[in-house]
Design a binder for this molecule. Structure first.
Ligand code: C2E
Ligand code: CA
Ligand code: CA
Length: 713
């Protein structure tokens, strides 16, 4: 380290950080508590002793004799009161009445002493020496007024600004103590007594003022010099034969003492500074950790850990607050198109905009492109509209929308996670509804929400207790309407919610990635039903099974089916695998692989809902199927739509052109059946031939000859 740097560091010639300043201040103020208590005790004792030794005097006579003790005592009282008020009551917002009283009392005592002093001494002293004698009263006045100002105006302000104030009061207090130390000892040495009072006071002040070393250096050096100036003439005037020697010895001792004391105060300072820095780094590390835990990295706004307590606090203070869940619709495409960086920027801007339109409200990012807000119900729709408008105006190249779900909490202490879940659910109901951007959670939504929760929580139970049923819908040959197979369709017959159709529970199970539990149960029931029929010696028809795209992610679908056929000893040709077209739009290696394994194992694969999506033809190109199930939407409005007929005809021809057979779903009339037969669609399925029904019913109908089993391929 360079000498200049070293000197600067040792003398403290640099700026403290606010934390260091506060740390130094607080430790000094803590020290001043002990110091002022000592002063108070000492001066009380001195005053009692004075009165005790001189009985029978008047109040004013005592006052004249005890002026110095009283000044010290009063300044000790002020400093003690300041220290306690500063350390124990930071961040309060009411005035400290006791402190103000002490400040006023001290001002009163100070003025009384000063007036009395002038009254007694003005005739004997010159004006300048009179004024000089008043210096301690002036210092005490500064201390008391300073303290009064602190109590009335400063104590309620941010803490760091108080630091300089605390140091100021301590310096003034230190000066008073030093002054008295010097004067008492000067008086003592003139009577050949020791310099004990000076020594005590300098040590005392050196410990009290661990602040900037150059300040300590200045104050200590000035005190030593000043005292030496008073002491030296006394020694020189001595008529002792050893006077010269004593003077020399004292001079050296005095210098050594000054150096030692200065060094001690420097070293205490360095030690404290180091402590302060250590503590600051620990605190800042803690704060960083805390921040990481509650702040969303990307946008800098809070996450749910922060939102929850904030929301509860806001709700405890204010009524009529509403939870909003915001979702940027189609954001995935934005990311795909412009890249992650641009996506991240958009999310940051969204967070900023939300904070702008909902200033002061608890807000958070709940992962992905989801944000939550708790805001005043009054005007929240307008603010939402403005936010939406602002956000959408930033991008014109790609379709994006801001969807909001809202939930008005039924009670203020409802868990914010539950509340946000409800708002989120409301938002999910308007997903892909281009004309809707806002949905409030209401009773109907609530029922729905509970049903969903129920489904998610009870799928295991439903499988175990047999609430999951399989219904079979017949599939017939178009040329003779004889049975060629049937499709297994799931039903949930619940003791609480009644009969649930797949539309109610399949999307929920898919969303929560539980669909494989249901499908496994359906597959097993179908195998069991087939086994039972075969054991009874009935002729059976193949059954097609619906596979969800997620079945291939959540379980080893191929092995599951294979094991079931082995367990129930079912010939492979009796089971068809139905995979919907929408499952194949994502480029999925696992699905390709699973499909080839199914084929290797001897299962036929049927493409379900052909024509319902956007990439039907690609699917045909990339995968191979045995049967193509034409989506029932082509039959809606069939009678007066010539185009639909042409399309149907074309699809059937296309399928046969690439070696696939076709089946049309949703056949409801004889005309439709007739037409499909004419265009060459081999298989038909629909209400015209029969609705999905329990196994016993379809077996019964076969038994009664209502369905005649046709050729089985
Ligand atoms: P999907 O596979 O396309 O099944 C055909 C749906 O059309 C069935 O509805 C059936 O009842 C209905 N349907 C049949 N013929 C007609 C008709 O002539 N007119 C009309 N309007 N509808 C007809 P369901 O049983 O409600 O099933 C709905 C969807 O739920 C199914 O569509 C399938 O995607 C899914 N699903 C059903 N069961 C299962 C299952 O066990 N596993 C999986 N993963 N999905 C299933
Ligand atoms: Ca199907
Ligand atoms: Ca279908």
């Amino acid at each position: 380290m360079k000498p200049v740097q070293w000197i600067r560091r040792e003398l403290g010639l640099f700026r403290h950080t606010p934390f260091e300043r506060k740390y130094m201040n607080d430790t000094n103020i803590r020290t001043s508590i002990y110091m002022s208590v000592v002063i108070l005790a000492l001066e009380t004792w001195m005053m009692i002793r004075y009165v005790h030794e001189r009985p029978g005097r008047s109040f004013w006579e005592y006052l004249d004799g005890e002026t110095n003790y009283l000044i010290l005592f009063t300044s000790g009282l002020v400093v003690l009161s300041f220290a306690l008020s500063h350390l124990h009551n930071t961040n309060r917002n009411t005035l400290n009445k006791a402190g103000i009283f002490i400040a006023l009392l001290s001002i009163f005592i100070d003025i009384m002493i000063a007036v009395r002093y002038i009254y007694v001494n003005h005739s004997q002293q010159s004006l300048s020496s009179l004024l000089w004698s008043l210096k301690y009263m002036v210092l005490l006045l500064m201390l008391s007024v300073g303290y009064l100002v602190f109590e009335m105006f400063i104590s309620m302000k941010p803490e760091t600004r108080q630091a300089i104030y605390g140091q100021f009061l301590n310096v003034v207090f230190g000066l008073i103590c030093l002054g008295f130390g010097i004067e008492t000892s000067a008086y003592d040495v003139s009577r050949e007594r020791q310099i004990l009072c000076f020594v005590t006071m300098v040590i005392y002040v050196a410990c009290l003022l661990i602040w900037k070393p150059y300040v300590s250096l200045g104050i200590l050096s000035a005190s030593f010099l000043y005292f030496w100036g008073k002491w030296k003439p006394v020694m020189e005037a001595s008529d002792s034969p050893y006077a010269a020697k004593i003077l020399e010895a004292n001079w050296i001792n005095f210098l050594t003492f000054w150096i030692a004391l200065t060094m001690i105060s420097f070293s205490i300072y360095q030690q404290r500074l180091e402590e302060a820095r250590k503590e600051e780094s620990i605190i800042s590390a803690n704060e960083r950790l805390k921040k990481i835990a509650v702040i969303d990295d990307l946008t800098g706004i809070g996450n749910m850990h922060q939102f929850s307590p904030d929301a509860l606090e806001a709700l405890s203070k204010k009524d009529n607050l509403i939870y909003l869940f915001l979702n940027i619709e189609n954001f995935k495409n934005y990311n795909d198109q412009f890249g992650y960086q641009a996506g991240n920027d958009y999310l940051k801007e969204t967070a900023e905009a939300i904070c702008r339109y909902f200033p002061g409200d608890p807000v958070a990012r709940q992962g992905d492109d989801h944000f939550v807000v708790l805001t005043d119900i009054l005007g929240h729709r307008e603010r939402l509209d403005q936010l939406r408008h602002d956000l959408l105006s930033r991008n014109s190249e790609i379709y994006l929308d801001l969807k909001a779900g809202a939930y008005l909490p039924s009670e203020p202490d409802l868990d914010p996670h539950i509340a946000v879940d409800r708002a989120r659910y409301a938002a999910s109901l308007i997903k892909n509804h281009y004309d809707k951007t806002y949905k409030e959670y209401n009773d109907k939504v609530d029922q729905d929400f509970h049903r969903r929760q129920y489904i998610v929580n009870n799928i295991d139970n439903a499988v175990e207790k047999g609430y999951i049923k399989v219904f079979y819908q017949p599939v017939v040959w178009s040329h003779d309407h004889k049975l060629c197979g049937c499709e297994a369709l799931a039903r949930w017959d619940d003791p609480e919610f009644g009969f649930l159709s797949p539309g109610a529970f399949i999307p929920v199970l898919e969303e929560y990635r539980l669909i494989h539990k249901l499908d496994k149960c359906i597959f097993e029931t179908v195998c069991r039903d087939l086994r039972e029929s075969m054991d009874k010696g009935w002729t059976v028809v193949p059954v097609s099974l619906n596979f969800s795209r997620l079945d291939f992610e959540l379980m080893d679908a191929v092995s599951v089916l294979k094991e079931l056929t082995e367990k129930y000893n079912i010939p492979k040709h009796l089971l068809h695998v139905e995979i919907t077209e929408s499952a194949l739009t994502d480029d999925m290696g696992i699905l390709q692989e699973a499909m080839s394994k199914f084929h290797e194992d001897g299962f036929a694969i049927w493409l379900d809902d052909f024509g319902s999506g956007y990439s039907s033809l690609n699917v045909l190109k990339d995968y191979s199927f045995d049967v193509l199930k034409i989506d029932m939407k082509f039959l809606s409005n069939f009678e007066n739509n010539e185009k639909a007929k042409t399309i149907l005809k074309t699809i059937v021809e296309l399928a046969s052109g690439i070696g696939m057979r076709s089946l049309t779903e949703g056949v409801e009339t004889a005309e439709q059946a007739q037409f499909l037969k004419e265009v060459g669609c081999g298989r038909l399925q629909g209400y015209y031939f029969g609705k999905p029904m329990p196994h016993a019913d379809i077996a019964d109908k076969i038994g009664k000859g209502e369905y005649v089993i046709g050729e089985i391929l």
